[in-house]
Design a protein around this ligand. Structure first.
Ligand code: RP5
Length: 166
């Protein structure tokens, strides 16, 4: 059963969002993926949003570029947590989508990631799920520890390089 729903405003958003999908997969979290546009298929967006909770979905990630209303429209139809990912593209290179997603009216929140922040969207969804699922919480702790270790290794390698030239 899918715990996370990823909704894309267009199939052209997939190359960016595949990274987040893969992150969820690496954590063993099943994900439903849907292409549905707030402007071009508004009924499909509404149908997904109103039925998501009953299907077992606990967190929704919504990605869109341009005048990116998709995350906000989904949040208007469900109280599930919605994480918005602004997609880079067009004349404004994602700044339009970032502001559209971040500037929600008071009362209907959307957690806004960086432009093309697909991996962080997945990690944020995992943090929400980790409140309930101990196995996900443990995997997230391991992920953070490995990430810290990688930075320590890089620092040590850089120090060695600098010192070898002294
Ligand atoms: C947005 O417009 C989509 O989310 C996508 O980022 C952008 C371009 O869509 P296509 O023209 O590639 O379908 O609605």
């Amino acid at each position: 059963m899918a715990l996370v729903g990823i909704v894309l405003g267009s199939d052209s958003d997939w190359p960016v969002m595949e990274n987040g999908f893969q992150t969820l997969k690496d954590f063993g979290v099943e994900t439903e993926v849907l292409v549905a546009s707030a402007h071009r298929t508004p009924d499909a967006v509404r149908e997904f949003a109103v039925s998501a909770k009953n299907k077992g979905i606990e967190v929704i990630i919504a990605a869109a570029g341009g005048a990116a209303h998709l995350p906000g429209v989904i949040a208007a139809h469900t109280a599930l947590p919605v994480i918005g990912v602004p997609i880079a593209g067009g004349a404004l290179k994602g700044v339009d989508a970032l502001l559209s997603i971040a500037q929600m009216p008071s009362g209907v929140p959307v957690a806004t990631m960086a432009i093309d922040g697909s991996k962080n969207a997945a990690l944020y969804a995992l943090s929400i799920l980790a409140l309930k699922y101990q196995n996900i919480a443990e995997k997230l702790e391991d992920f953070r520890a490995e990430q810290s270790e990688a930075v320590r290794r890089k620092n040590a390698a850089l120090q060695d390089k600098i010192n070898s030239k002294r």
